[in-house]
Design a protein around this ligand. Sequence first.
Ligand SMILES: Cc1cc2nc3c(=O)[nH]c(=O)nc-3n(C[C@H](O)[C@H](O)[C@H](O)COP(=O)(O)O)c2cc1C
Ligand code: SF4
Ligand code: SF4
Length: 511
Amino acid sequence: MHVRTDPADDVTLMPFEQAGLKYRNPFIVGSGPTSKTIAQLVDAERCGWGGSSIKLVIDPAPYINKEPRYRWYPKERFHIFTSEKRLNLEEGLRLMEGGRKHTKEIILMANITYSGPDAEGWVALSRKFEAAGAHALELNVCCPNMSFNLDIAAEDGTTRPCSGASLGQHPEAVAHITREVMKGVKIPVYVKLTGEGGSAPKVAKPTLETGCAGVGNGGTRLGVPPIDLYNLKKNLYGLQDELSMGCYSGPWMRALALRDVYEIRRTIGPDGCIIGFGGVHDWQSAAEMFMVGADMIGICTQTMIQGFGFLPHLIRNLKRYMQEMGFKDHHAMRDLLVREIVTADKVTIRDGLAIIDEEACIGCTKCELPAHCYAIEMKPRDAAQLAKAKAEGRKLSKMVAVLEGADCCSCNTCIDVCPVPGTITLGKGDYHKDKYNSPLVASELDKRCGYAEPGAPEAVATFEPSGGKIAAKLGLPGTFTSDELTDAPKVAYVTNAGTDVAQGCAVPGDD
Ligand SMILES: Cc1cc2nc3c(=O)[nH]c(=O)nc-3n(C[C@H](O)[C@H](O)[C@H](O)COP(=O)(O)O)c2cc1C
Ligand code: SF4
Ligand code: SF4
């Protein structure tokens, strides 16, 4: 196998012990296509990984097992697949034996699912992997691409063995299986839960109460794939005929995965090991995962895209950050965000307004567009300002964004749509508040469009160009464009006649 990176060196060492196992560092190759051959396990060890969970072994057959079809969308940063090859019992056992024989330091876990109804089957399967040399077991109740996939679209009402993410919805069943397996083997037992159905926290608690080595927050999430709207039968994979629900993974799912780990940690408290899976691809996402409560981190998608060799770089940067912040090891980061993240009712909202740096504004109009905000208007720049800039050899746009109204609720959106970072900031103050406080001041009205409900008791406001006062009167229902309004000056639509509702259209230039 071609290894594209330097083998691991001391940089990957972040040693710790968990459940009696000595890990070189807390990074595990998540069970999947990059842990299904001996060569991959050897390669992962060379690149410094702390552990690898071998590709799912399902027993007994039959189960869904087809050649893989994958797609990676770099822009949207997700990976998707439906079709995937699993290992049968024999393949899994040979892989574990061979992996143990050809590696020295990497911790090897057996990712297993028993697809029958009884816990005894789980125990028998577990014992076989213990005998094959597995350092640990990882009970898979996470995969959404087995019975869970079938159940979602099932029309036939067929009953089938409940496995993967379907089984992972049932706290008592998962805890029972875990307990039975633990009685049957001596090696540590981890349980990989599912994020589907929001079930991970409520399953994690009874599962960890069995005394198992730890839980993982979940695997991939099932979703509708990208669709070709001009050819609905077409799917995104080469050499696959039908459309199919896809298993999503990779950086897009980071927010959901962090939430799952956070919620599990809040539910179980400080004790109990969590392996955080989902979207980790760099040192920042790794640090966040620790901070929401993970003890270890599982990564799959990034190894599919980049190979195993990005780990030393990730760890080097993570260590640099930890040193800067004074964290003596990765445990020191654990739960830091769990303590910080408050519930919605406890959020403190401070007063303030958007402040636009007129000199930096390039007049692009983007901040004027958000439909939830009528507070910004484009205005011709002050002539003196233009002249001064010209004399200094600086170029300024002819139009500039101006915060016009008391409508600003400091929501942040204009900051994010502005293409010139730093041009808009939020600041404290009464800035413009008094000037624009009156609901009947023309400049508070949006001049981009006007709309009158058909058949409603329409009202049209007129106002004087100088004073900006509006008087409501009946007439002129309909939709107005700003051009029409320019052609029909001094007329603007307001929704409720005679009231002080500040909605409608003002005439450009009148304020
Ligand atoms: C193609 C593919 C196959 C996977 N197969 C398994 C598997 O056999 N067993 C398992 O527990 N998780 C499996 N996973 C889930 C990953 O181990 C991991 O939990 C998930 O993809 C989220 O992490 P990531 O964003 O780093 O990929 C698979 C993921 C992918 C993308
Ligand atoms: S902060 Fe929000 S409300 Fe205020 S001007 Fe910007 S987009 Fe409008
Ligand atoms: S988005 Fe930024 S640059 Fe564009 S008009 Fe608004 S403030 Fe100026």
